[in-house]
Design a protein around this ligand. Structure first.
Ligand SMILES: [Zn+2]
Length: 111
C-alpha cells in the first residue's frame, strides 16, 4: 500500500534534490559599475558610452571586500551569486516545513 501523499514532504524532497544544482554558488552580491577610463580618445570620453566594470562584493572573515571580475566571466559569476539566493530560499522553505512538522508532533504528544 502506498503512503498517502504529503505535499509538504514532496516539496521538501524536491528542494533537497535541487540543491545539488546549486553547488557552484558564490556568496556576496554581483555589482556592475560604469566608469570612464580617462583616455581622452576613448569612446568613453563622452561620458555616455562608459566601460562596464564587474565586481563581486563579499564578506571575507567578516570584512567587506570587493573583487573585480573579468568581463567574460560576468554572466557566470552573476548566475553563481543568484544560486546562493535560490539556496537560501530553499533552506527557508525546508525549515518552514520542518518547523510545522515539529510543532504538530509536539501537539500530538501533549494530547
Ligand atoms: Zn575608455
Amino acid at each position: 500500500m502506498k503512503a498517502p501523499r504529503n505535499p509538504d514532504l514532496e516539496l521538501r524532497g524536491r528542494l533537497i534534490r535541487s540543491l545539488g544544482t546549486l553547488r557552484e554558488m558564490l556568496p556576496g552580491s554581483f555589482v556592475e559599475r560604469k566608469r570612464a577610463c580617462g583616455r581622452p580618445n576613448c569612446h568613453c570620453a563622452d561620458g555616455k558610452n562608459l566601460h562596464s566594470q564587474f565586481q563581486i562584493s563579499v564578506l571575507v572573515d567578516g570584512k567587506p571586500k570587493t573583487f573585480n571580475i573579468p568581463a567574460d566571466w560576468a554572466d557566470k559569476v552573476r548566475e553563481k551569486t543568484e544560486m546562493r539566493r535560490r539556496f537560501d530560499a530553499a533552506a527557508a522553505t525546508i525549515c518552514g516545513v520542518n518547523l510545522k512538522r515539529f510543532l504538530k508532533e509536539k501537539e500530538e504528544r501533549q494530547s
